[in-house]
Design a protein around this ligand. Structure first.
Ligand code: MN
Ligand code: MN
Length: 496
């Protein structure tokens, strides 16, 4: 046991910085993997993390967390808890497992890059622990999904999704590769640990753990809260990085990195969390709408942090971001239900009479805007008419379908500029001004991408049928998604 208190040796063991003499700066920290933004090596050495932990404490804490969460998994795997969950919540859990484990693994690669190319020894120390965190998150979530396989074969999408050409996988990969998979270490600290983790995922995991407890899914609650405690620690790499860059007068660069990442993550977050909170979570267990959650956690807390650090709100905040809270995830929900065959879970409509009343209360005008669309779908289902399917045009930045506010909101947000761009002889389409702006910052980075709809139109997807498209996206016959309640909400039957 060390005889000295931690404070007596912590700085000495973590702050091993030295002047390079055998190689120059660019050789040790190539710009492509570690953009110093013109800040000198010695200035970077002032990097200081707010929350300190030693490796010894880390290993002790993590072993305890793993023991606790695997014990819950053991019990849950032998119980019928999963079968008894509400079909909406099961959809939320399967959607989560499909996206998260490999994203965490991508996070481990990003942390590993910071562990080598972070600009200060103290930072590399934190990122080493962050790498171990993200490996744990990838493994533990893949393991939990694996233990569901006997009850739900599609839980194997935990391993599959991000390797496929599924539309959701492409949208997720584009956002995550841009902000951390294919990013330099310094920009990653801002885009991954500050914008994504401090801004969204840390808070989202807090909220999801509470909601899982509420629904009675103890296993998922313990899994998510175990992960969240790690996120809260390694997410702190963003702040000291931002402080050094701001002191060096690099505010414009920092602001742009934050603005790009915030929008990209918002798109994915609205898709998954918006749907889960406002439609998939059983009505009696909802204590907050997605918009209320966004207002309390993201809009208030995260924007206070922007100001405390000396940053501005992103330029699109009032004009494009805030208005989307009223309609974007509702549009996504209809889109996902409509394309339900392409999902690895059974989409939950969540529009029974009491649910519609709740939506109208939380989003005044929902009934006039989105209600008629669901009425149309229900009518088709009741009369046995076919619901026409078509391929949506996809945004060249976020890769989600182009959607615009409907009903009472139509026309409110029209952009004076067309949402297209010509680049090197090709025409690109965008869902929103911020997506167009992101593309315009580095068109050479994004221009080569061909969207799924374009691949279909070019004949790359064969046979050019729904089945052909589903096979291309990685879905095997027999695992196509279907309405989670067997259309009870539309046919007026009691939900199972
Ligand atoms: Mn993680
Ligand atoms: Mn993380």
């Amino acid at each position: 046991m060390p005889a000295l208190p931690r404070s007596a040796w912590y700085d000495l063991t973590r702050d091993m910085n030295w002047d390079l003499s055998y190689v120059d700066e660019e050789q040790a920290f190539p710009r492509d993997v570690s953009n110093a933004y013109g800040v000198s090596a010695r200035q970077w050495w002032t990097w200081d993390e707010p929350y300190k932990i030693t490796y010894r404490e880390y290993a002790h804490n993590q072993a305890g967390k793993d023991a606790a969460v695997y014990a819950v998994n053991q019990v849950a795997a032998r119980s019928a808890v999963y079968e008894r969950l509400d079909p909406g919540w099961r959809a939320a859990v399967l959607a989560h497992y499909g996206v998260t484990p490999l994203t965490e693994y991508l996070g481990a690669i990003a942390e590993g890059r910071m562990a080598r190319f972070g600009r200060a020894a103290a930072w590399r120390n934190m990122a080493t622990l962050g790498t171990l965190d993200e490996i744990r998150h990838a493994q533990i979530q893949a393991y939990f999904a694996h233990s569901l396989l006997s009850k739900e074969p599609r839980a194997d999408w935990a391993h599959r999704t991000l390797h496929t050409q599924h539309w959701g996988a492409i949208a997720a990969r584009v956002a995550f590769d841009d902000t951390f998979g294919g990013n330099d270490a310094v920009s990653t600290a801002i885009q991954l640990t500050f914008a994504l983790e401090t801004g969204f995922s840390n808070l989202q995991f807090l909220g999801m753990a509470a909601q899982a407890l509420e629904v009675g899914d103890l296993e998922f609650a313990s899994l998510i809260s175990s992960i969240q405690t790690d996120e809260a620690r390694h997410a702190q790499q963003g702040e000291p990085t931002i402080k050094i860059l701001l002191q060096a007068g690099r505010k414009d660069e920092v602001q742009q990195l934050v603005d790009v990442a915030f929008w990209r993550v918002w798109r994915i977050f609205a898709l998954l969390t918006g749907m889960s909170m406002d439609y998939y979570t059983p009505l009696e267990h909802r204590d907050q709408s997605f918009k209320e959650f966004m207002n309390e956690w993201i809009i208030k807390q995260f924007s206070d942090q922007f100001r405390d650090l000396g940053l501005e709100l992103p330029w699109y905040w009032n004009k494009h971001f805030l208005p989307e809270l009223d309609w974007f995830h509702h549009a996504v929900q209809i889109g996902v239900w409509y394309l339900r065959a392409s999902m690895w879970w059974d989409p939950h409509a969540g529009v029974t009479v009491p649910e519609r009343a709740w939506l109208e209360e939380k989003y005044p005008g929902w009934g006039r805007t989105f209600g008629p669309m669901w009425d149309q779908l229900a009518e088709c289902l009741r009369e046995g008419r076919e619901i026409p399917t078509s391929l949506p045009t996809l945004c060249h930045a976020c890769n989600l379908a182009l959607a615009t506010p409907a009903g009472h909101r139509a026309g409110l947000l029209d952009s004076p500029e067309p949402l297209t761009m010509e680049h090197a002889g090709r025409r690109y389409f965008f869902c929103s001004p911020p997506c167009r702006w992101i593309f315009s910052l580095r068109p050479e980075r994004y221009a080569g991408h061909v969207t799924l709809t374009e691949r279909f139109a070019a004949g790359d997807i064969q046979p050019p049928t729904l089945e052909g498209a589903l096979a291309y996206m990685g879905l095997k016959p027999g695992e196509y998604g279907d309405d989670s309640t067997g259309y009870a909400w539309a046919l007026g039957r009691k939900e199972p």
